[in-house]
Design a protein around this ligand. Sequence first.
Ligand code: ADP
Length: 157
Amino acid sequence: MEQTLVILKPCTIQRGLMGEIISRFEKKGLILAGAKMVWLTDEILSEHYAHLKEKPFFQRVKDAMRTSPVIICCWQGVDAVRVVRNLTGVTNGRNAQPGTIRGDYSISMQENIIHASDSLETAAMELKRFFKKEELFSYVPTLLSNLYADDERDAYT
Ligand code: ADP
């Protein structure tokens, strides 16, 4: 079983899309292991977006992430990292496939609704960056046998 990090960006909070986006992950069958509202600092965003630090839009992207609080979530499931990235769609909302979250709700490269970890290694690092241990919860999802076949369920636990 994998865990991955999703951030609902300020554009999502301001546009009243929080429930709708969280619902997409719930309906897919992902299990919510943690969630909180946070006003991010420039410092943590500099770490989070370190791979963009040479880009001319680095500061602008960080500033956009601080125009309101964000919602940070940890979703879990079998192959959760890939499942969530597939649901998310490509970075530019104008190019993202209809049916993906960015494809359905974004018309922008920057204002693209959510952040989602892009690999297992990144997910582990990002979960550690944004959640304390005690903010992530382990509980038995009662519908597991309706979400997965027996062999897949073994991969969940
Ligand atoms: P992703 O979020 O799809 O993993 P990146 O890690 O490359 O994409 O970029 C992080 C975020 O920075 C993007 O989600 C987007 O909000 C913003 N961003 C990336 N490239 C650009 C760009 N060329 N112009 C404006 N914003 C950008």
